[in-house]
Design a protein around this ligand. Structure first.
Ligand code: XLS
Ligand code: CA
Ligand code: CA
Length: 449
């Protein structure tokens, strides 16, 4: 029995602590690039990357999909007689996994951790029974809560939305969950609390009062924020944008939309964005576009690390493997100053046919290695300085004289036009953007050169 099991039973007895063995290692259960204590710039890899495991995909999902039954029969649920017994087994398996993998954080929904009871009061009681266990396991393993959230989309009562439901009764039931999930997050020392509005959108405008629903969503978020602050929550609130699925249209469509919403309803001070790679793709954006857009406006909070499949248009939530994408993502994150309260949460699931217990480890190892490579490449971009210097040079005409005046807003359109008239056409504007040159440099960095 290894030192890393934390409960009554060891759930991954054949797997010990995952170690760094370097790029040449042939061991599928070892890191090739992620070396937790290695310094990249001023911080260790683990402090840059702040990896978190998603409780729902890794410990609740069973491989079932709309076309077929469960394929991953997990011992923590399969052998339990009652839902609370399954929840207890599950949490012990989860913390064993976190500590063997060597991640410092996890994220959960209320219903991932504890089953719904017969009444709201019983649901809350179940949750807090599990929160007490989580607290003990957090202390024993030093694994912390990156963020908590409430599942307001699985139960049939949420089929018409939660905070945006046309039935006030459902809105009130959503509040019972959010209030308890905020209490749980506070109790567990969570650094953040996330809102993902899976069913906060519409299926048809023929039956929807769009403005009323958006107002209700904002009203609900204001109430949640006020409650949490009153209870002493000092963490960050996150909105996680997604354009659609399960709705046809989700109100938190993408980063730009959410920033506008937060500013419009006076929520900009308390809320940041939790950006998911796969959701960016569904919105027709690159992952890095969403990160840069949030960072530029000062709204970058946390990241759900995964990927979609470019050939299909739904949320496949696969583990990240593209160094190109992780490099660009980490470049955006480092430029923004790195994570503070946020981190990289693997909102990723193994495929339906990945049925070996080791597959869960191998998938996370791959994702962690991919982001470790991304971090090194991003650091290379910044320390070598060629790419940032070219960007700076492109905007150099705004650094002095009339360009600087324009930049500071000290010019009228008449004055600006007069400058143009005086200068004449000549060759103004025919300056290369050097895109291919920059792309070639990036490829050199990717190979470690
Ligand atoms: C679903 C979302 C969800 C949130 C948390 O697509 O990614 O898992 O991250 O509710
Ligand atoms: Ca997510
Ligand atoms: Ca997703």
């Amino acid at each position: 029995m290894s030192d890393y099991y934390v409960g009554k039973k060891e759930y991954f007895p054949k797997i010990g602590k995952i170690k760094y063995e370097g790029p040449k290692s042939a061991n599928p259960l070892a890191f090739k690039y992620y070396n937790a204590e290695k310094k990249v710039g001023k911080k260790m890899m683990k402090d840059h990357l702040r990896f978190a495991v998603a409780y729902w995909h890794s410990f609740c999902a069973d491989g079932s999909d709309p076309f077929g039954a469960a394929t991953q029969l997990r011992p923590w649920t399969a052998n339990a007689r009652k839902p609370m017994e399954a929840a207890t087994n599950k949490i012990e398996a989860a913390f064993e996994f976190f500590s063997k993998l060597g991640v410092n954080f996890y994220c959960f929904h209320d219903r991932d951790m504890a089953p719904e009871g017969a009444t709201p009061a019983e649901s809350e009681k179940n949750l807090f029974t599990m929160v007490r266990k989580a607290k003990r396991l957090q202390r024993a393993t030093k694994v912390k809560l990156l963020w908590g959230t409430a599942n307001l989309f699985t139960h049939p009562r949420y089929m018409n939305g939660a905070a945006t439901n046309p039935d006030f009764g459902v809105v009130a039931l959503a509040a019972t969950q959010v209030k308890a999930a905020i209490d749980a997050t506070i109790e567990l020392g969570g650094l953040g609390y996330t809102f993902w509005g899976g069913r906060e959108g519409y299926m048809s405008l023929l039956n929807t009062d769009l403005q009323k629903e958006k107002d209700h969503l904002a009203r609900f978020l204001i109430m949640a924020r006020d409650y949490a602050r009153k209870q002493g929550f000092k963490g960050v609130f996150y909105i996680e944008p997604k354009p659609m699925e399960p709705t046809k249209h989700q109100y938190d469509y993408d980063t730009e939309t959410v920033i506008g919403f937060l500013r419009h309803y006076g929520l900009a001070k308390d809320f940041r964005l939790n950006i998911e790679a796969n959701h960016a793709e569904l919105a027709g954006h690159d992952f890095v576009h969403e990160l840069e857009t949030a960072a530029a406006a000062g709204f970058l909070g946390s990241v759900d690390a995964n990927r979609g499949d470019a050939m299909n248009g739904w949320d496949t939530d696969q583990f990240p493997i593209s160094y190109y994408e992780t490099a660009l993502a980490m470049y955006a994150i480092l430029k923004a100053g790195g994570f503070t309260a946020g981190g990289l949460n693997f909102d990723s699931k193994i495929r339906r046919n990945s049925v070996d217990p080791a597959d869960l480890f191998i998938a996370h190892i791959g994702g962690m290695d991919a982001f470790a490579v991304g971090l090194e490449v991003a650091h290379r971009i910044i320390s070598d300085g060629k790419i940032p210097a070219l960007v700076k040079k492109r905007y150099a005409s705004f650094k002095k004289d009339d360009g600087a005046k324009f930049d500071r807003g000290q010019m009228t359109l008449t004055q600006l036009a007069a400058i143009g008239t005086k200068a004449g056409y000549g060759k103004t504007g025919l300056t290369s953007g050097k895109q291919e040159y920059l792309e070639n440099i990036l490829n050199q960095y990717l190979l470690g050169l």
